[in-house]
Design a protein around this ligand. Structure first.
Ligand code: ZN
Ligand code: FE
Length: 256
């Protein structure tokens, strides 16, 4: 299997997975670069997976569906281009010989879903849209901090070796904030250096792994003493799981 992040717009990745003949695409905000990759590699598009309704994730769906006939699978509770199979939590999409499980992850949008398969070339694989980023998480446009924390908790419970395919190259900006939260986190300092080197070479920092994120991502570490203390420096009222998470999210929103 080949897993390819197709760059689009200023910082999106449209994730394409293929076996040399058939492909799936996740969150095609633009059709043109996907059609180009399909054509260059002689691939037939088997499925279009959509995590949430934002235009940078859905802008190419109708054109790709029209051009290839590939079925569209998306969140049951969101408006994306019709027709599509409406997925509820726990529903499965079978494609490329893989079973992708639907995980409800509200927070960034109200009906946001993620796609998880327990085994692809020996490791689990997660397409998480704008819920989890390397070193960060999505902004809360339609959800509460408690919802987003519960969603991230579900993702954090997946196996540590899960490859995590995030849809934006936000890593270095996120890590700059993460270092403000946890300046003494040695793993974070090393990870930041490795990611900066990748970006200097024009390479993606993604996919990341869940084990890596658990060590460096402040939004997965809000129950660590270091992160709780930092949250209280920003907002002295932060006192429990949800208010600490909310404080870290608010701090990131204001961080320059
Ligand atoms: Zn989004
Ligand atoms: Fe996005």
């Amino acid at each position: 299997m080949n897993l390819i992040p197709i760059p689009a717009f200023s910082d999106n990745y449209l994730w394409l997975l293929h076996d040399g003949q058939r492909a799936l695409i996740v969150d095609p905000g633009d059709a043109a670069p996907v059609l180009r990759v399909l054509q260059e590699n002689g691939l037939q598009l088997g499925s279009i997976l959509v995590t949430h309704h934002h235009p940078d994730h859905t802008g190419g769906v109708a054109e790709l569906h029209a051009a290839t006939g590939a079925p569209v699978h998306g969140p049951a509770r969101e408006a994306i281009p019709e027709p599509f199979q409406r997925l509820q939590d726990g529903d499965t999409v079978q494609t490329l010989g893989l079973d992708f499980q639907t995980i409800d992850v509200p927070g960034h949008t109200a009906g946001h879903i993620a796609f998880y398969t327990p085994e692809m070339d020996g490791r689990p694989l997660l397409f998480c849209g704008d819920t989890l980023f390397s070193g960060g998480c999505g902004r809360l446009f339609e959800g509460t901090p408690a919802q987003m924390l519960a969603s991230l908790d579900r993702l954090a419970a997946l196996p540590g070796n899960t490859r995590v395919c995030c849809t934006h190259e936000y890593t270095l900006g996120n890590l700059r904030f993460a270092l403000a939260v946890e300046p003494d986190n040695e793993e974070l300092i090393g990870y930041h250096a490795r990611c900066a080197a990748l970006r200097d070479q024009g390479r993606p920092t993604l996919p990341t792994s869940l084990a890596q994120e658990l060590l460096i991502n402040p939004f997965l570490r809000t129950r660590q003493a270091t992160v709780m203390e930092a949250a209280r420096r920003f907002d002295p009222a932060a006192h429990d799981d949800n208010t600490v998470f909310a404080a870290i999210r608010q701090w990131k929103n204001q961080f320059k």
